[in-house]
Design a binder for this molecule. Structure first.
Ligand code: ZN
Length: 275
């Protein structure tokens, strides 16, 4: 295993990370043989109420100062294990100005932009898929993500492009390049031209209700073809047990697509690490 970094982890500062202390996850990352990790707690300005639509608009933002102070504290005893300060920004059209303001007011090592909520729902709760076939559900998600990330611009990594497939009710549980070549070209070209990283989020490739999505090689090959260089690995851990999950497998996967490096970010600058 090369020098690998887990760039996508949630801690006790995320609303859904209560079982993941910065300290325990950092210990787990080190024990797993990683060289470092980044804590990217959730920051969303509009959140759909469970199962239904946006009945409430509850901002789910973590206490950034507290998270960063805790990272500083844990770093003191980390013995060379790198711990970075990050955020996972939830792209959402009504949140645009708030997101921009938040990023301008805080310093992070790394910013993940990702899409969780759209059409006033969270795919996690299933409502998003009603009245959509798999093709329109995935296509609309990817198009919305592209639109919002281009508007934002101020981010380093596009997170879990396949979040929408994780909880989908269709037999088609993986997203393939061949089904959405134009939208993928738009996303991959934007990332490549702007030096941003495409994330491989290993949480997507887990068994969910008896089916397991796979990562399509053609997406990485096309990214490379378009001049993309930065691939980011993230477990999307919400507990210490998942930190760095399946990274050796995806390290080989990345290499087999012709990439010689993975990327992580320090002070918002990419660091390319040979694998
Ligand atoms: Zn996420």
């Amino acid at each position: 295993m090369g020098r690998l970094y887990d760039n996508h982890n949630h801690s006790q500062f995320s609303f859904d990370g209560k079982n993941a202390s910065v300290e325990a996850s950092a210990r787990a990352g080190k024990a797993a043989g990683l060289s470092g990790m980044c804590f990217t707690d959730h920051c969303d300005f509009y959140v759909p109420a469970m199962k239904a639509s946006f009945e409430h608009c509850i901002p789910e933002q973590f206490d950034i100062a507290a998270q960063q102070a805790e990272i500083d504290r844990v770093r003191e005893d980390s013995d060379g294990f790198m711990i970075f300060k990050g955020v996972e920004i939830g792209l959402e059209v009504r949140s645009r100005e708030n997101i921009r303001k938040l990023l301008a007011e805080h310093e992070f090592d790394q910013v993940i932009a990702s899409l969780h909520y759209l059409d006033d729902t969270d795919p996690f709760w299933g409502g998003y898929y009603k009245g959509k076939d798999w093709k329109s559900a995935y296509g609309h998600y990817l198009e919305t993500a592209l639109e919002e990330m281009v508007w934002l611009g101020d981010f380093d990594i596009f997170g879990h492009f396949d979040y929408v497939a994780r909880y989908a009710p269709y037999p088609e549980c993986s997203i393939f390049y061949k089904d959405f070549p134009d939208i993928f070209d738009g996303i991959l070209k934007y990332l490549a031209e702007n030096g941003k990283a495409l994330e491989i989020n290993t949480k997507t490739y887990q068994d969910y209700k008896g089916r397991t999505p796979v990562l399509d090689k053609d997406i990485l090959l096309r990214f490379k073809e378009m001049g993309g260089e930065a691939i980011s690995l993230g477990s999307d851990s919400h507990n210490p047990e998942r930190v760095g999950e399946n990274f050796p497998y995806y390290e080989d996967f990345i290499k087999s697509c012709g990439f010689a490096y993975t990327a992580h970010f320090q002070a918002r600058k990419p660091v390319m690490e040979k694998i």
